[in-house]
Design a protein around this ligand. Sequence first.
Ligand code: PMP
Length: 369
Amino acid sequence: MHTRKTFNFSAGPGVLAESVLKQIQKDIWDIHGTGIGVLEHSHRGGSIDRVFDETQALFRELAGIPDNYKILFMTGGASAQFHLLPMNFLAGTNKTADYIDTGVWANKAYKEAKALASVHLAGSSEDKNHSYIPGKDALKFSASPAYVHYCSNNTIYGTEWHRMPEAPSGVPIVCDMSSDIFSRPLDVTKFHFIYAGAQKNLGPAGTTIVIAREDFLEQGSKTIPSLCQYREYAKNDSRPNTPPVFPIYAVGEVLKWIKSEGGLKAMQSRNEAKAKPLYDFLDAQDFFRAHAQKGSRSLMNVTFRLPTEDLEKQFIKEATAAGMDGLKGHRSAGGMRASIYNAFPPEGVTALVAFMEKFAKANANKAMA
Ligand code: PMP
């Protein structure tokens, strides 16, 4: 249910469910009836043990994650994974890893790895301003990569993989799922390593979730600093040092909400039902122009342009005044972006489409000018 005055289309940190925020308010004051709030408990005490256990159990339950996978809570944002991955699995070896460049974040991951080790660009969508996901024939993998890295949802350009990249069989697949994790069912057994910053679908900023095969983590370098080694997090239940307890706790509350809504299949239906009217509207008129090509479109970030930059500025101003915040596209892509993550309320999409219709009618003459 949406009762607040603003619809939050922010790309992240993004909207959280109202029931989650209310529970967080209570637990900040007193969690588990201990008379101590979640922000104040020792990270090694019983209450926080319980938070960690419950949160990991919910991850396992919602995505059917088997026991040979570890669930880690890390810090440094998803961006830290861009260098931690090659530090652990590439640098100092004679191996290469393959990267697919489908946008700003995927490209950053590639560049960070390239600075440390040997990498191969297996595919790119740069030729068309990252408006599509490369097809099977456009992907050229190296002979025997240590892993293949891709980004399942390109937050900035609004494209999303609706299939796995067709890597040679047996090659470990590593995926940045920061902006679409748990937006749809997830078969983790297809991956060796998944990571995601929490601040879009899973909670507030401050922790990055890693779901990875234990045997893969064990292959990581033993000579890099200990806080860079995944095995240290695996061995110490994500507490090799003081972890960011609050965002990890909040992720647990978000997972409880996902469960109460019916789990990942229900999230997918909810997200499809939100994205469809927006894309249908974009395709049915010619004032606004969708950025992402059909077949590559994101259910999480819907990107579009207006006829002129002046109209885009006016659109943002009027949308904000009408209670729709965060629609401005990322500074590197321009245009508009409606981020409609799991917790984004369906009423917000209805309101946006109605607003867009009205805006197009009122400004049709400026589009011709
Ligand atoms: N990957 C993706 C797909 C993202 O959308 C983002 C942030 N928007 C990042 C990585 C970087 O995340 P962080 O700011 O947590 O480092």
